[in-house]
Design a protein around this ligand. Structure first.
Ligand SMILES: [Fe+2]
Length: 294
């Protein structure tokens, strides 16, 4: 199936091929969730409050590999109708090829510096797909993707990424009794006394840079939280969410701030608390249309 889809992608308009490929992976791929059960992504999203969290990373990787390959084949110039410019005059779509960025061409226009979102496609409980357009140096603050996988393709430009893994073991939310002993009888760690309710444990990954045409994927735990800062010419990133955010199924997007942990190091890992903040006042992401994409 992946081979057929690959051929299809290079022959047709890239977005249409990708939609079909994502729909196929979401609906037809059977994922092992227990000893004998094999569900597809909508079934898992419907029946499990923790979404894809119960599926191993290696299984998810195998299942989503065709989508990652499909994202890699997208022709950014064709998809966004990009105009090539002289070196240094705009972001790159690949080494040495510079283009005019499109952040000021999204309609309706809004404050310069605002991150824009061009919606491409969504099927409830299955997937959603869209392009984030970052003006130069724009930021998307630290946020999560509960129980979800997100595949991303940088279409142009570069971004600095801060990412965290969500800890698989979380502390007890409300300890039965107060005690100076940091471990409960169950062996679960309590929250530090000065850490607000709703905080979770996470592990900080090394800050890295993504640049077009990079593709990346995050999982229900691994890399599940991230923050982006666009480079000096801005960036465009196509995201595929499997399954989409959905308030009714406990898949809200939450913004967080990082607090240092009292016992900071866990083995070689940089352990921190992440505390929900609500959407930061200085962050706005506004939907818009662009040329032929709406
Ligand atoms: Fe995200």
């Amino acid at each position: 199936m992946a081979t057929t889809m690959k051929k299809h992608l290079s022959e047709k308009a890239q977005m249409h091929g990708l939609k079909e490929l994502v729909a196929y992976v979401a609906n037809e791929s059977r994922i092992q969730v227990g000893d004998e059960e094999r569900w597809n992504i909508p079934e898992i999203a419907k029946h499990s409050e923790c979404g894809l969290s119960s599926v191993s990373v290696s299984t998810l990787q195998k299942c989503l590999q065709p989508v990652l390959e499909g994202l890699g084949q997208i022709d950014a110039t064709e998809l966004l109708g990009l105009e090539q410019v002289a070196a240094g005059m705009g972001p790159q779509i690949k080494e040495g090829i510079h283009v005019r960025p499109i952040h000021d061409l999204i309609t309706p226009s809004c404050d310069p510096g605002t991150v824009r979102y061009i919606h491409l496609s969504e099927v409830e409980g299955q997937y959603s797909m869209g392009v984030f357009i970052f003006p130069p140096l724009a930021v998307i603050p630290l946020h999560d993707h509960p129980g979800m996988c997100v595949l991303s393709r940088v279409l142009y430009g570069d971004l600095q990424r801060k990412s965290l893994d969500l800890a698989r073991e979380q502390p007890d939310e409300e300890p039965e009794t107060r005690s100076w002993i940091p471990w409960t009888r169950s062996g679960k760690r309590r929250r530090d006394s000065d850490v607000p309710k709703g905080s979770k444990l996470a592990y900080r990954n090394r800050v890295d840079n993504l640049r077009a045409p990079d593709c990346t994927i995050l999982f229900p735990f691994e890399g599940n939280l991230h923050e982006f800062v666009a480079g000096p010419h801005g960036a465009a990133v196509l995201d595929v969410l499997l399954p989409p955010y959905d308030h009714q199924h406990h898949r809200d997007c939450t913004f967080f701030e990082i607090r240092e942990c009292a016992d900071k190091l866990d083995g070689n890992r940089d352990k921190v608390w992440i505390t929900p903040t609500g959407q930061p006042e200085n962050f706005h992401c506004i939907s818009g249309s662009y040329d032929h994409l709406e």
